[in-house]
Ligand binder design. Sequence first.
Ligand code: F6P
Length: 420
Amino acid sequence: MARKNAFYAQSGGVSAVINASACGVLQTARRHSEEIGKVYAGRNGIIGALTEDLIDTGVESEAAIAALKHTPGAAFGSCRYKLTSIQEHRAQYDRLIEVFHAHDIGFFFYNGGGDSQDTAYKVSLIGAELAYPITCVGIPKTVDNDLPITDCSPGFGSAAKYVSTSIREAAFDVASMSRTSTKVFALEVMGRHAGWTTAACALAAEEEGGAPHILLLPEVTFEEDRFLAKVEEALARHDHCVIAVSEGVKGPDGEFLSASGSRDSFGHAQLGGVAPVITKLITAKLGCRCHWAVADYLQRSARHIASATDVEQAYAVGRAAVEFAIAGRSAVMPAIRRLSDAPYRWDIVDAPLSEVANQEKLLPPNFISADGFGITEAARRYLAPLIVGEAYPPFKDGLPDYVKLRNAPVPKKVAREFTV
Ligand code: F6P
């Protein structure tokens, strides 16, 4: 069989290690040049395929590809773009086939979270429904850690390490200031509906009852009175209070405590700004001085303090995706399977894209403490190994030395334009 070219793209919110997965894909494809021809990257995810905006990864040096492993962001650009079904928007799929055919693409690798796995799944259907043979493999990624089946999602361990490190450091600060100045510090972290990143902040506690003293998880309804009583309790005990709050916390009315009003193409509300809301409440009701921070993109891009475990897993799922594709396995996603907690041992299995797409894995009830403001030992056992190990990037002149690829465009072959 003649060897086919491959399409690889990055999609959704990026992470500190999505490029480590790209590195895994590209290095493995290069090692299998008898089975896979060129690897074209889509500029800005699936939009690159639809608009025939392809990047020739073949012109990048081995060193540049290797440096992806320690570079945050999405080297080829990402997107939030929803593919509707074949029935609803056939022209979109005809266009994909037109571009894939023109560039002899027989492998499709799509690197992202739940929405992106939906795209990978839909593209996998063009084989059976539109008779264009293509091997489609999704590659997991999301700092939210909400993909089902896989034990964890690459990107999460590094975000978790960043937020738990930051909250531990900030706890030293507020403990120093509390006598005469600030008594409360709140860190807002990501996770639209799932509290994994908020839960990971609890890893910062060095002993039972240590900071952070309160977690506000999106799985638990925010009740003002109970929350304020918990803050008072922490103040009475420690003279300061450290809080980790999820951007996705909702009140008893089911509304986000903070939503900016804007939405992405999947209809997800843009969140951010709940930390100032809760600290304002504390100042108004309890009269104490507060500081707050919104970790926002800092937690998604903090490659300088990445988890070595996470980097290793991100690379491994990229490598496995190519190996699955070469073995003819399509419409699957490499998933991490936990074999043991301590020592943490894992391997990679395949998960059907149809079961991964559009699913959100929330914190299970047995991971949330009885009062709803903390995590259990089971959660700690699950989370602890994911932040283990340091994988510092190289530094130059005191700053991390990251790579910017050439991202050379592939000459267009299709005369027709397509607008997204
Ligand atoms: O990728 C998931 C996520 O990091 C969410 O936790 C967050 O709400 C969202 O992305 C932000 O997305 P965007 O960068 O598109 O605003």
